[in-house]
Design a protein around this ligand. Structure first.
Ligand SMILES: CC(C)(COP(=O)(O)OP(=O)(O)OC[C@H]1O[C@@H](n2cnc3c(N)ncnc32)[C@H](O)[C@@H]1O)[C@@H](O)C(=O)NCCC(=O)NCCS
Ligand SMILES: Nc1ncnc2c1ncn2[C@@H]1O[C@H](COP(=O)(O)OP(=O)(O)OP(=O)(O)O)[C@@H](O)[C@H]1O
Length: 292
């Protein structure tokens, strides 16, 4: 629990959810050693990102996550108007992120995933298990954002067209299977094996990487890069995970390959943050959360 939360002052649910979302992003960025991604050691496969920028970007998104949770609390149920409001807040959040980072995409996918999960959590505070929250987030993601320009082009849309994958949208619309079926179970298994929290989180990231069609990797390194990521991540887990000597050695090999291919699993990183958010949330709300 945050030091700030241990005091008895009442805390709005939306503030708490925004705290958790930002904390999940900072924990994801700090987690090291991550193959290809920004971490405490350096910029991975990126030339325009570094850890300070990831932190500044994460903190700039607090009002965006709070506003998404508040919108869901105000609306009270999944609806087209909630979808449209979240789309507007998400785009404003992206603008703020780009202002803070000088135009660099630090957290686009994370705004999408964590924004939907903040809203999904706020819709029913009595049901904060990972599955019900992800299901409500999926119900929102299945609605079309009325204000999204039909012509909106992104790296994701380009790659989805070229390779026939459906990327970040589909992951949310299916209630985050990479998180529910891979990351969270792996996190529990590795924690139960007493590998240490950082190693358990790295194993959870690898569990996502071993099966995700990550459009960041596809964009930069094509199908060869995607296959290399998935097989390499699987090999680390099969060797015993990152806490084992054999697993660490495989992880170094995977990192070497990903840097050579300039491949960075940004989508997997976002989904690890989503897993950390849901993991914290399902342990229950602090006592001082008020009714609004
Ligand atoms: C759906 C989004 C992510 C756009 O997706 P698109 O694929 O077109 O864009 P882009 O190339 O920028 O990729 C988005 C990011 O998703 C992450 N990602 C990549 N692959 C995956 C995957 N398989 N699963 C999950 N996330 C992934 C990466 O971090 C990537 O950078 C979203 O940004 C969007 O629609 N924004 C509009 C505003 C909005 O509706 N906001 C809603 C807030 S709840
Ligand atoms: N620790 C991290 N390191 C790097 N990327 C991350 C990290 N955590 C999350 N991401 C995600 O990765 C995405 C950034 O990927 P990328 O740099 O490929 O985006 P891009 O600007 O669209 O592409 P490119 O840099 O190839 O032109 C962001 O959307 C962000 O959510």
């Amino acid at each position: 629990m945050n030091a700030a939360h241990s005091k008895r002052a009442p805390l709005a649910l939306s503030d708490y959810l925004a705290d958790l979302a930002v904390e999940a992003l900072i924990d994801e960025a700090d987690l090291s050693p991550k193959p290809g991604l920004v971490d405490r050691r350096g910029s991975g496969a990126h030339s325009d990102l570094h850890l300070g920028l990831m932190h500044a970007s994460a903190m700039s998104l607090w009002p965006c996550f709070k506003a998404m949770a508040e919108a869901a609390l105000a609306e009270g149920c999944v609806s087209q108007s909630l979808r449209d409001t979240l789309g507007r807040i998400g785009r404003e959040g992206e603008q703020e992120m780009l202002r803070v980072t000088g135009g660099v995409n630090t957290h686009r996918g994370a705004i999408w995933a964590l924004g939907l999960l903040c809203a999904g959590a706020a819709l029913d505070r009595r049901e904060l298990g990972a599955a019900p929250v992800a299901t409500r987030a999926a119900q929102i993601a299945l609605l079309t954002d009325s204000a999204l320009p039909a012509s909106a082009v992104s790296h994701g849309t380009e790659v989805c067209r070229r390779y026939g994958v459906r990327g970040a949208r589909e992951q949310a619309q299916l209630a985050f299977p990479a998180v529910l079926q891979h990351a969270l179970p792996q996190l529990s298994r590795s924690r139960a094996a007493s590998t240490g929290e950082q190693n358990a989180r790295l194993d959870a990231l690898l569990a996502i990487m071993s099966q995700l069609a990550d459009t960041c990797v596809l964009y930069r390194a094509g199908l060869q890069g995607l296959r290399c990521m998935q097989a390499g991540a699987r090999a680390v887990l099969d060797a015993g995970g990152v806490a084992s000597l054999a697993g660490r050695r495989r992880l170094r090999g995977l990192e070497h390959d990903m840097l050579r291919l300039r491949a960075s699993p940004g989508g997997a990183a976002d989904l690890l943050a989503a897993a950390l958010f849901l993991d914290r949330l399902q342990h229950g709300l602090p006592a001082q959360i008020g009714s609004h």
